[in-house]
Design a protein. Structure first.
Length: 161
């Protein structure tokens, strides 16, 4: 939805541009078709050219101001919308590639099933490293009953039988 101030500024710029165009039209029209006085009216092309160039300059200035205002406020919105669109597209592509029949999933399955697969070796090393680094953190959560062995059962404490 377009904010109300943008509509207001756009309408204000449009009204101002139309007013300048009407004034320029009447100025040029009166120069070309003015009521002749007792003497002949000499058409002064320098005056017509001056009015035309001034009108064009004013119109360009108004357009530049409107574009600057839209640029300042529009850039933020454009940046935000572009970020949202890029994120949505990236998530869509990731979901498509790593879905059940995606190219990424198929490639990983192929690599993991082969003994010499690059991904399999990497994942196995990474899992070992993670398990080793997490063992001290979960050591106190290991079931206490499992550590109480029956007296008949062998222990791994170096006892010689």
């Amino acid at each position: 939805m377009i904010p109300l101030f943008r509509i207001f500024y756009g309408a204000l710029a449009l009204c101002f541009t139309i007013a300048v165009c009407i004034i320029a039209y009447y100025a040029i029209f009166s120069l070309l078709h003015g009521v002749p006085s007792k003497s002949d009216v000499a058409v002064d092309y320098n005056a017509i050219l001056t009015v035309l160039l001034t009108t064009v300059t004013v119109i360009f200035t108004v357009c530049a101001i409107v574009l600057a205002v839209l640029g300042i406020f529009g850039f933020r919105n454009l940046k935000r919308d572009a970020g949202r669109y890029a994120e949505a597209q990236a998530l869509s592509e990731i979901a498509k590639a790593f879905g059940p029949t995606g190219r990424g999933t198929i490639r990983i399955e192929e690599e993991m099933q082969s003994k010499d697969g690059h991904h399999r070796q990497f994942v196995e090393k990474r899992i070992r490293a993670e398990v080793i680094s997490l063992l001290p953190l979960i050591a106190d959560r290991i079931n206490v009953d499992a550590s109480r062995l029956a007296i008949d059962e062998p222990t791994d404490e170096g006892d010689v039988e």
